[in-house]
Ligand binder design. Structure first.
Ligand SMILES: *Cc1c(COP(=O)(O)O)cnc(C)c1O
Length: 563
């Protein structure tokens, strides 16, 4: 039967996210948040949960990265073809923005899992001839444009998306707000509870706030105040008018600016951070709120390379559906497992050669670093003492591969790419090093599986979770990371990987990283291959069995959705 009709009959949980990474050809994501949403949707399909997913169509994608002279990032549009992957539905809804009627059309993408179950993903599109020229562009560029553009997108996502589900015939009981971007969906929910003859300043008098809270679940992903979406009320009034009375909105979303995180917090009865450490940080940012923690996970079947998956198939055939059985991966036979890893690494080495002309080696350890390029993730820490780095490599050679996109208006991220480019050039002839342009789902999959060591050096406590390290672990790439985000929970020193000491008084000191490489990581690679292989298997067995999106979504289902 048509998956939409089945979902309309049974889905009662709606997951709203500004970005969802569905497949490499569909450019509706920018990074970790979207990949998490995509992995969540896959697990929802696998587990056949009664869910529907809502996001923007982002026809022009996020950023197609080209690396220009001096490693300056050139940020190009990254269009995709919705008609190749999704189908437009005949329904439309109207949202009023800036006094104009803006029509929104849903497209349906059917996310089907190998077991045959599917969940619908609704992609919201305003590129319709009924709309004014500027409104047709609202759902073009993910995270593009100014504050007004962003607020319009969030109106389409929250208000348009909520209305569309109703028009399609969904009977949604629980809304999951994946990050604050979706918080405006609470406004139509509030309006639906409007009481007769209220006193207009107290939202509790006008609306049944408790009833709305009861229906909303909010996951925050940002550990710093500066990262929250905020809009001036002048702008809000200009775009939204008195959709809800401004005084009531201020009481819920903050007196000075509309703070999407605050709005979501005040209108959700279940709120969580994305790792234990992140929930603690969030509690100190928002004292007085009950903040739970559900640590992120990754979709193990999606992120395990086929070569490794084949080995699991023999030992634990249901590993994709029940990732807990990966606990038995420590029983994999060493030789076939090591050879599988080396073949995956060889494929990456070939890819590096094809894209950069640089010859890497399969028998020399490969350090990988790839993620959103932004200051707090400190992509340059590895290069902070080039002489020491070279000295390390003279004694115990290694290779470095990096990738990552910077947001077009993130100066710090752009500069980091340029600085890395300069380091890569300076290392020429001493340490094989390469920056691969165009980081995306496909490249991420090749990197997390083909490296030997997966490096992460965020400035604590700013890495809310981090998920690329989980993907690496699934493939036996060993994490070497500062203890922050998920790694606080995932690291067993010398078993699943290694920590890097961090002294808050000397936050940018790279010596602990170099020491760990020199004294522990590289000697193990060169002198004790058996123990290294054992660690790779420990990493799959301990991390793969517990940091899966199946485990994560089951927890959302039992603790948040079914309250
Ligand atoms: C997993 C993933 C991320 C998130 O990586 P972090 O280590 O959590 O920063 C970002 N982008 C892509 C394409 C990914 O696959």
């Amino acid at each position: 039967m048509d998956i939409l009709h089945r979902a309309i009959r049974r889905a009662h949980i709606a997951y709203f996210s500004m970005e969802i990474a569905l497949q490499p050809e569909i450019h509706t994501y920018s990074g970790g948040l979207g990949v998490l949403a995509g992995d969540t949707a896959r697990s929802a399909a696998d587990l056949d949960l009664p869910m529907v997913f809502v996001t923007l169509i982002s026809r022009q994608g996020y950023v197609r990265q080209q690396i220009g002279d001096d490693y300056a990032q050139v940020s190009l549009p990254d269009p995709w073809s919705p008609q190749d992957w999704a189908r437009p539905l005949p329904h439309m809804v109207a949202v009023v923005i800036e006094g104009r009627t803006v029509w929104v059309r849903p497209w349906l993408y059917a996310l089907t899992c190998p077991l045959g179950h599917a969940v619908p993903v609704i992609l919201l599109d305003t590129d319709l001839e009924q709309n004014a020229a500027e409104d047709r562009r609202i759902t073009d560029r993910l995270y593009g444009g100014d504050a007004a553009y962003r607020l319009k997108q969030e109106i389409i996502l929250g208000i348009g998306g909520q209305k569309l589900l109703r028009v399609l015939g969904f009977d949604i009981r629980t809304y999951h707000l994946n990050e604050g971007h979706a918080a405006l969906l609470t406004l139509p929910l509030l309006r639906a509870t409007q009481r007769p003859d209220p006193r207009p300043s107290d939202p509790n008098e006008i609306y049944d706030v408790a009833a709305v809270r009861d229906r909303c679940v909010f996951t925050t992903h940002t550990p710093v105040e500066a990262g929250f979406d905020k809009f001036d009320y002048d702008l809000v009034r200009r775009l939204l008018g008195e959709y809800v009375p401004l005084d009531a909105l201020k009481a819920l979303a903050g007196p000075d600016q509309l703070n999407m995180t605050r709005l979501a917090l005040n209108l959700s009865s279940y709120v969580n951070g994305v790792a234990r450490r992140h929930a603690e940080t969030t509690r100190s940012l928002f004292p007085g709120y009950a903040i739970s923690s559900i640590t992120n996970g990754v979709h193990v079947h999606r992120w395990t390379q086929a070569e490794i998956g084949k080995l699991h198939d023999r030992m634990a055939p249901n590993w994709g559906h029940e990732p807990e059985v990966l606990a038995f991966a420590d029983r994999l036979e060493d030789q076939p497992f090591w050879e599988a890893h080396q073949r995956i690494k060889a494929a990456l080495v070939t890819r590096i050669a094809e894209t950069t002309g640089k010859q890497f080696r399969v028998d020399v350890p490969l350090i990988g670093y790839a993620r959103r390029m932004t200051a707090y993730k400190r992509p340059e820490l590895l290069f902070s003492d080039i002489e020491r780095l070279k000295e390390l490599a003279r004694r115990q050679p290694f290779q470095i591969v990096l990738a990552g996109l910077a947001h077009p208006s993130d100066r710090g991220g752009q500069e980091a790419i340029q600085a890395i480019g300069a380091h890569v050039a300076a290392l020429d002839g001493t340490i094989p090093a390469a920056f691969l342009s165009g980081y995306n789902l496909d490249l991420a999959g090749a990197l997390v599986a083909g490296c030997d060591i997966w490096l992460n050096t965020p400035l604590p406590p700013l890495e809310a979770s981090g998920t690329s390290g989980m993907k690496a672990a699934l493939n036996g790439a060993l994490n070497l990371s500062i203890l922050d985000g998920w790694w606080v929970e995932g690291c067993i020193e010398g078993v699943t990987g290694w920590s890097i000491d961090h002294d808050p008084k000397r936050p940018n000191d790279a010596a602990p990283l170099y020491d760990k490489l020199q004294e522990v990581v590289l000697p193990l690679y060169y002198n004790d291959r058996a123990r290294w292989t054992w660690m790779m298997k420990q990493s799959i067995s301990k991390i793969g069995s517990s940091f899966s999106s199946h485990r994560m979504l089951r927890r959302y289902a039992t603790e948040a959705y079914m309250r």
